[in-house]
Design a protein around this ligand. Structure first.
Ligand code: ATP
Length: 219
């Protein structure tokens, strides 16, 4: 586990979902919100909770916020609070700040004031969903850069009962197969002689247009 001590500021839907998942994965999570109802709601899940205004520098300092491995600013609607909180965290020397942005401008400001990573959950989820809805085989999509992605897709019909060597997508389609998911099994160290079976899910890396060509093959 890379990050153990995490603080989440803002317990809206995003902050709460993140808190639940990080706690489930074994992180110690400090949950902060200025609404006491939200704080009480997560008392059972978070390691520590505090009802506080994150724009209060003294409160954050007294919590020893700079000692956390990562601090997530999950405030969206209140742009002023999101930006001021990020500035204070930066000034207090927090090692890694992840901030949620509502839109591109908000994201730009957060980057400028020192957020190490800016996330756009609504936009990113919508893009992902659109790609999944429109695709033939794509089950999941991770964007590595605007040009490159990793996709999980159902093995196309013409690949079935052929080995990785035979389909040779690296040469023919400029796509690398990173892994094969077969039922509960995940084959990560791929042998060129590994034969693709019906129902296999291929984890493929490549340029978006090359992945699209792969996706257009008949299932
Ligand atoms: P989501 O979409 O995740 O539900 P949102 O983008 O609508 O959330 P907000 O509702 O603005 O985001 O904020 C999320 C949480 O942050 C709320 O529970 C709110 O009480 C809390 N919050 C807002 N401002 C502050 C602040 N200054 N200090 C602490 N918590 C705050």
């Amino acid at each position: 586990m890379k990050y153990k001590q995490v603080a989440i500021i803002g317990l809206g839907r995003f902050g709460m979902s993140l808190l639940t998942e990080l706690s489930r994965m074994g992180c110690d999570v400090l949950a902060i919100d200025n609404d006491v109802n939200n704080v009480n709601e997560v008392a059972e899940i978070a390691t520590h909770t505090i009802q506080a205004d994150s724009m209060d520098e003294q409160v954050l300092k007294s919590l020893g916020i700079r000692n956390f491995d990562i601090v997530i600013v999950a405030i969206g609607e209140n742009v002023q609070a999101s930006i001021l909180t990020t500035i204070i965290l930066k000034e207090l020397g927090v090692k890694k700040i992840v901030a949620k942005a509502k839109n591109a401008l908000h994201g730009k400001v957060l980057e400028k004031v020192g957020a190490d990573c800016v996330v756009f959950p609504e936009r990113d989820m919508a893009i992902k969903l659109a790609k999944t809805i429109l695709s033939h085989h794509i089950l999941d999509h991770i964007e590595l850069s605007p040009q490159y992605s990793i996709e999980e897709l159902l093995a196309p019909k013409i690949f079935i009962n052929k080995s990785i060597e035979e389909i040779d997508v690296r040469k023919k389609m400029k796509v690398s197969i990173l892994a094969i998911k077969r039922g509960d099994e995940v084959i990560v160290v791929l042998n060129a002689r590994e034969v693709i079976k019906a129902g296999d899910i291929l984890v493929a890396l490549g340029k978006n247009e090359d992945l699209q060509r792969l996706d257009e093959l008949e299932s």
